[in-house]
Design a protein around this ligand. Structure first.
Ligand SMILES: Nc1ncnc2c1ncn2[C@@H]1O[C@H](COP(=O)(O)OP(=O)(O)OP(=O)(O)O)[C@@H](O)[C@H]1O
Ligand SMILES: [Mg+2]
Length: 269
């Protein structure tokens, strides 16, 4: 039976994440319309609901040492977010095993988990509670996080549903990076907010990298990955196609995309 972690299984001390032969499939219902008529017609023909299985991650094995910064590249639909969600424990493996050693903080789809009726500040407190922080810790952190998000005109005390997507991104980013995680998972969040906040968030990530925290970053901002990461992997159709030094991997990936090494393809900051 697949499991995210198991008491009997131990992992080497130097590793933050150990992934063994991981596969994750999604089962999709491909029925055109879920109507009673369709269901009756199907039943009269003796048919079952048609489903399709998408293998989003296939036989992937990966060791991530403590203190390393791993970049993950790959085309849309390659399985990057699926991999991140499974490491975060949100998505169980279909087969294989994921072991994690440390406190995880995630920055997956921006702001997922925010309660839109509550203010930004209340969501920060909720985030702290969810991360298992004590009351004192949360109190001391809330102001830091609110200040880091630096929303205009008292927006931090307004309901999150009134936020622009950039404001949303700012708060989500601030919460994730200020929870002092051992392992930080960042999925496409380097571009949260406007140019000023992008620079600030990039610097914060760089700071965390220097604090020897373990960070996994999914991004299409290849030059950022080259600067931040000490290792990179290239995912292609659910599989790990290549791994190595970030420059080598992003270079190969760019060539594959047939874009060349034009400065414009190094978008981001
Ligand atoms: N909830 C879901 N249900 C069904 N299929 C899904 C689901 N989420 C992702 N998939 C499929 O799994 C595959 C991998 O998707 P995933 O989101 O992991 O890709 P990605 O590498 O993060 O892509 P992107 O660069 O666009 O973010 C795709 O074929 C996608 O269609
Ligand atoms: Mg994705």
């Amino acid at each position: 039976m697949p499991s995210v972690s198991s008491k009997e299984v131990t992992m080497p001390d130097n590793l933050a994440v150990q992934i063994e032969d991981l596969s994750i499939s999604y089962k999709i219902n491909i029925e055109a319309k879920k109507t009673l008529k369709n269901a009756l017609m199907r039943a009269s023909r003796g048919e079952r609901i048609r489903t399709k299985t998408v293998e989003a991650v296939k036989n992937l094995s990966l060791d991530v040492p403590h203190g390393s910064v791993l970049g993950i590249v790959g085309a849309n639909g390659a399985g990057k977010s699926t991999l991140m969600r499974s490491i975060a424990g949100i998505l169980p493996p279909t087969s294989g095993r994921i072991l994690v050693n440390g406190k995880i903080s995630t920055l997956l789809a921006l702001g997922v988990g925010f309660n839109k009726a509550l203010s930004g500040r209340d969501n920060i407190i909720l985030g702290g509670l969810a991360a298992g922080m004590s009351r004192d810790e949360i109190e001391s952190k809330t102001e830091t996080i609110a200040q880091f998000a630096d929303l205009p005109n008292g927006f931090i005390d307004m309901p999150v549903r009134t936020y622009s997507s950039g404001m949303y991104g700012r708060v989500a980013f601030s919460v994730a990076v200020n929870m002092t995680p051992d392992i930080l998972l960042v999925d496409e969040a380097l571009s949260a907010g406007d140019a000023a906040f992008k620079e600030k968030s990039f610097n914060k990530i760089r700071e965390l990298c220097q604090e020897a925290r373990t960070i996994l970053i999914v991004s299409h901002a290849l030059s950022s990955l080259n600067e931040l990461c000490d290792q990179a992997i290239w995912m292609h159709r659910g599989q790990m196609l290549d791994s190595g030094k970030p420059e080598e991997i992003t270079d190969k990936y760019l060539k594959f995309l047939n874009v060349g090494e034009l400065p414009s393809s190094y978008e981001d900051l």
